[in-house]
Design a protein around this ligand. Sequence first.
Ligand SMILES: Nc1ncnc2c1ncn2[C@@H]1O[C@H](COP(=O)(O)OP(=O)(O)O)[C@@H](O)[C@H]1O
Ligand SMILES: [Mg+2]
Length: 388
Amino acid sequence: MITLNEEQQHAVAIALAGNNIFLTGKAGTGKTVVINEFRRSSNKNIITLAPTAFAATNLDEALTIHSALKLPATFFNSDWEPSYNKTMAELCDAVDVIIIDEISMVRADLFCAIDKLFCFYAKGNDCCRPFGGKQIIVVGDFYQLPPVVKNNEVFEVLNEEFNGIYAFNTLSWQHAKFTNIFLNKVHRQKDMRHLILLNAIRFNDPDLARHLEFSKLNVIDNSIALSNNKNICCVCCTKTVANKINLHAYNLLDSPAFHNIGEIIGKFPKSDLPVEQILSLKLQEKVVILANKRAGFRHSEYLYTNGDIGEIIDFDNDKKIVSIKLLSGTIVNISVTEWENYEYKVKVENGVKKIVTELVGKFIQYPMPQLMLLLFINHKEKPCHICI
Ligand SMILES: Nc1ncnc2c1ncn2[C@@H]1O[C@H](COP(=O)(O)OP(=O)(O)O)[C@@H](O)[C@H]1O
Ligand SMILES: [Mg+2]
């Protein structure tokens, strides 16, 4: 159980008081912890949303914005209007608080579409209030991942119609009149040297090269990643580049391979799968682990945590066990993991509308994608070799 520090407690108190909030701070300052605590402490009807399925898995009972609000995966021009849907009308009516995590990845047009959607279903004067009069809490760090803008045309339209690509560029953001809350203390990163390096990257410090040298990270040319060296990890900006490097590394290994077909039970959109459904791995392959395991019951130490890196040293695909040697040298046995997919439903209890989170599907697979290189972006707090 985490004890919130003073600044985190203050953030929860302001949220409980009903204010619209922009909660920000560096990676690891406990923003997500604050939201989870607010959800536990409040008796309001809260929906917790994230722009990607990956971000949603870090939050209690969160859904992606698109699946929770039944929005199409399109561009929302400024003249976009929602069309009526009875289930959405019931949901929007019952919602008291909207939380959006990883707000830096929410594109301006989507942010305005959320605002419009809640106004569309709002009753009485609420239809003219920001987000239909709901409390809105946006959480994230604009120094982190930006929204996906596929091409220049979209970029230009976003600038013309929404004043920029980010949620904060929009009129919807201005109208929400957020109280800004900054969290300062980093909890995740204990290695001071690495923390200093991350700050230098964050603020584009002119001394970045010196910090990299000090951190003993090797910055090498991109082409070396495609050479024979198995001990290099790369930070890539796109999935395509990461896939290319991964496939190359995979093909170079002549060790035994195994394949596992992940099981989908019930409803689980393929676009939201955290790991490939057909996963091919090889002995000696490097993987990133997307799961946490405590060292023992009630133990605060973890055997492995989300984002740990290791090498496959053994597998028993019949018993569904893969042995991984972590960077620390520890060997852990990892089995398949279950991911859950939820939907928000409205239920009436004693005449009061309650939003309940209903489990609608599961996905079972080894928590270790080959997309390790790309995932370094999401796990940028972990030390790694950098290829630039
Ligand atoms: N007050 C705290 N005490 C101890 N650990 C904390 C505290 N707040 C956060 N953490 C830990 O720090 C890590 C980062 O928290 P998280 O909420 O994911 O940060 P953020 O969302 O800001 O990136 C998590 O492992 C979390 O458990
Ligand atoms: Mg977070």
